[in-house]
Design a protein around this ligand. Structure first.
Ligand code: NAP
Length: 302
């Protein structure tokens, strides 16, 4: 496993996105995924207070008991937990942080991220609250999610000492908006990029094929189906599979390695529902795509 820098942290280039925990996996299923991840050298887990309505943090905390020093835990705050419990006001940052620490059963969170910008709170107020959390030792690094480059710059203009170590936005072979401004902003300022939905909800794993029915129990069969698993996307996936196979690789390897070809990407936080998926993903980021490969992929997606 390769490890990359995220601020002062060193994270495995394949991480685990934890939004299945609590929503699609129970405590035992979560523990199985966590065990497989640690066995594969994965040390980075990205969750949020809102995933599974608190159960993702809860199950993750239980699964990691006794192994805290081996892992880097990222979580997020700001999405609605219940009436009045949302946003990025300083007093709510403190409340949400304490609740996450309790659910995760840890003394400190390695990376604490604002889940979405909160237009009703001046960013300077939030940055001060996050800096205070670092000062008292409850947080090691701070990050943002779903921020534009302009919103990142506004946060950076606030006197620190800490600025964001990372930004987490959607990015995959099928969703490349981040390339326009946010990735260049990361390259310019040294902020690590964490791509979410890196597998486009599983569409980029190779298990969805043109003319075949979607696998039972997969996201293709649930509410995501109609939005993500469109005929257009399936066509593009077929072309990507043909490209990967022409290089003796799989679509899964292309999905991971295309992301890790960018030095700004520090960890691909793919969701995994089973130990089998964890093991497959842990081997998928080692294809070194050449400039010619990357140009050909651009051509396929254009
Ligand atoms: P994803 O990583 O694009 O897709 C995950 C799904 O792909 C899994 O649940 C599984 O689906 C399938 N999969 C994964 N590995 C596989 C394999 N080797 N073989 C076959 N299928 C495989 O989507 P995600 O989990 O929703 O997103 C990743 C992480 O990003 C989240 O967990 C979360 O941490 C973060 N996220 C953040 C935001 C934000 O606003 N900041 C938003 C969304 C997500 P099946 O269930 O079909 O098996």
């Amino acid at each position: 496993m390769e490890y990359r820098r995220l601020g002062s942290l060193e994270v495995s280039v394949v991480g685990i996105g934890c939004n299945n925990f609590g929503w699609r996996t129970d405590a035992a299923g979560t523990a199985a995924v966590v065990d497989a991840a640690l066995d594969a050298g994965i040390n980075f887990f990205d969750t949020a207070d809102v995933y599974g309505a608190g159960q993702s943090e809860d199950f993750l905390g239980k699964a990691l008991k006794g192994r805290r020093s081996k892992v880097i835990i990222a979580t997020k705050f700001g999405m609605k937990m219940s009436e009045g419990k949302r946003g990025a006001r300083p007093e709510y940052v403190r409340e949400a942080l304490d609740a996450s620490l309790r659910r995760l059963q840890v003394e400190a969170i390695d990376l604490y991220q604002i889940h979405f910008p909160d237009p009703s709170t001046p960013i300077a107020d939030t940055m001060h609250a996050l800096n205070d959390a670092v000062k008292v030792g409850k947080v090691r690094e701070i990050g943002c999610s779903n921020f534009s480059a302009e919103q990142m710059r506004a946060a950076r203009a606030t006197p620190g000492p800490r600025y964001f170590a990372s930004v987490q936005n959607e990015y995959s072979l099928l969703k490349r908006d981040a390339q326009a401004e946010v990735l260049p902003e990361c390259a310019r300022t040294g902020v690590a990029f964490l791509p979410y939905f890196p597998l486009a909800n599983g569409l980029l794993t190779g298990k969805y094929r043109k003319g075949k029915t979607f696998p039972e129990g997969s996201r293709g069969k649930d509410a995501f189906g109609p939005k993500v698993f469109t005929p257009d996307n399936i066509e593009r996936v077929e072309a990507l599979i043909a490209f990967a196979e022409s290089r003796r690789h799989s679509l899964l390897e292309l999905a991971f390695s295309w992301l890790t070809a960018r030095p700004e990407v520090s960890s691909v936080i793919a969701g995994a529902k089973t130990p089998y998926q964890v093991r497959a993903n842990s081997h998928a980021a080692s294809w070194k795509l050449t400039a010619a490969d990357l140009a050909e992929v651009d051509g396929i997606l254009a």
